[in-house]
Design a protein around this ligand. Structure first.
Ligand SMILES: Nc1nc2c(c(=O)[nH]1)N[C@H]1C(S)=C(S)[C@@H](COP(=O)(O)O)O[C@H]1N2
Ligand SMILES: [Mo]
Length: 438
């Protein structure tokens, strides 16, 4: 039997002017607790992963070591969790940051769909009815503001190549904590309801739902997110979810490739350098900034180049030939950038940092090192490495890669390479190493 109420309502209701505060203003039949609950649970799992890997990424920068790595003021309290980032497994940052960026991008359609699904609630009048509700609204402000701010700063950073030199870390780090406050409060308040909505077996789609008998008892708890006056459905809730999923899948395909070499990388259309050919041969892997872009010339890196090593034993200068005459060690390590792209393991060869520390006056238990590049302007000219990084036998001042001398773009005459570290700590075109407490 056709549901007469449903047929009648949209056709014969007088077309009074409705404002967004009127629930009947919102007429999509797709909105409802169930859709919101599914999206919410996906975000609970997904954004938790993005948050944890993001906080790990910050720790990986050694931000507490020396103000060259990070200048965020007052991270004291917020940085309570910082720890010595380990040097193994050597692909650790490649994994955590690949997940952070890829999952973060893939969740964008889910976040937008979730916001769309609850938008009528934004206009409910009066906006605040109780103290508890006021708190909930404030937590929503932190949550929505926080997640949009993180998405925008994150996307700008991976697309526009550090639009905010220096301050990106600060913005994204503070933003993460604002978001966390809203996220935790919101999850605590809404999780039970989301689980209930999914357990109760509310029909998935108004289109697919069997018509209830006319005299059926109305549901005990009305769905606060469902439109009281829905338009006829053009897509089922499952169909709407599938559209969101398809959007996420498209982003996955065009983003994940940045973490892999070979044909997969050419699929990473959303990466500014995605389609760029890093060339072939031993140095044919992705370049972040070229020597030319940073105005590093032949005169800087040619015969006259010397490495300065400082420590309690004094100050020493070495030519590239002298460094090549020292004991050489190899390490197969990737470059893994904060922007989420990474390379597979490259075979680096050069002098161990621990060996240079010994020359500088630390024959055992070397401390951290302060690294300076000959690069004159721009970011990432300096970096501080921790003692555990200097001690690891795979941490090198690399002179060669994959059996050939470093190319100018990969840091000739010498660059740092450290296992499991963010790419930004692998300073190229090194000029000075100062060993000591940082
Ligand atoms: N001197 C200097 N070193 C640098 C950089 C830089 O801009 N200048 N970029 C860093 C960043 S952010 C990354 S991800 C790696 C990239 O190394 P690659 O270009 O050899 O792949 O180099 C790091 N070393
Ligand atoms: Mo990077």
């Amino acid at each position: 039997m056709p549901d007469l109420r449903r047929l009648r309502a949209p056709l014969h209701r007088p077309t009074a002017v409705r404002t967004p505060a009127d629930p009947a203003f919102w007429r999509s039949p797709v909105r409802g607790l169930r859709l919101t609950a599914v999206l919410g649970l996906v975000l609970l799992a997904g954004l938790t992963l993005v948050l944890v890997t993001g906080l790990l990424s910050y720790a990986a920068y050694n931000p507490d070591l020396n103000p060259v790595n990070d200048k965020t003021p007052d991270k004291g309290l917020l940085g309570f969790y910082l720890f010595s980032w380990p040097t193994g497994p050597h692909w650790l940052y490649r994994l955590t940051q690949g997940l952070h960026v890829t999952v973060g991008v893939v969740l964008v359609p889910v976040v937008l769909a979730k916001l769309w699904s609850v938008i009528p609630r934004l206009f409910v009048l009066p906006p605040v009815r109780s103290a508890a509700q006021a708190l909930e609204r404030i937590s929503l402000l932190l949550l929505v503001g926080g997640v949009l701010f993180q998405i925008i700063t994150g996307l700008l950073n991976i697309q526009l190549d550090y639009l905010f030199p220096g301050s990106f870390y600060t913005l994204h780090f503070y933003g993460a904590w604002v978001f966390t406050a809203g996220f935790v409060a919101h999850a605590a308040l809404k999780l039970p309801r989301a689980v209930r909505a999914l357990r109760r077996g509310v029909p998935d789609s108004p289109a697919a739902a069997p018509d209830p008998p006319v005299d059926a008892a109305p549901p005990v708890v009305p769905d606060p997110l469902a439109s009281p006056d829905p338009l006829p459905p053009t897509v089922s809730r499952r169909g709407a979810l599938a559209m969101v999923g398809a959007g996420s899948l498209l982003l996955l395909v065009t983003t994940a490739g940045r973490s892999f070499d070979g044909p997969l990388r050419s699929l990473a259309l959303l990466t500014p350098r995605g389609g760029e050919e890093p060339g072939s041969g031993p140095n044919g892997f992705q370049i972040n900034k070229t020597a030319a872009a940073l105005r590093i010339t032949e005169a800087d890196t040619g015969e006259g180049w010397r490495l300065t090593v400082r420590g309690p034993a004094g100050e020493f200068r070495f030519s590239r030939a002298q460094l090549l005459a020292m004991e050489q060690h190899g390490a197969a390590l990737p470059i893994a950038c904060v922007e989420g792209w990474s390379t597979s393991d490259q075979r680096w060869r050069g002098v161990r940092l621990s060996h240079l520390a010994a020359l500088a006056g630390y024959p055992a238990d070397p401390p951290g090192v302060f690294v300076e590049s000959l690069q004159r302007a721009g970011s990432f000219r300096k970096a501080a490495l921790r003692d555990n990084q200097v001690r690891d036998g795979r941490s090198l001042l690399a002179l060669e890669v994959n059996g050939a001398p470093l190319s100018a773009d990969h840091g000739y005459p010498a660059r740092i390479i450290v296992p499991a570290a963010p790419g930004v700590l692998n300073t190229k075109w090194v000029r000075t190493l100062t060993f000591g407490e940082l």
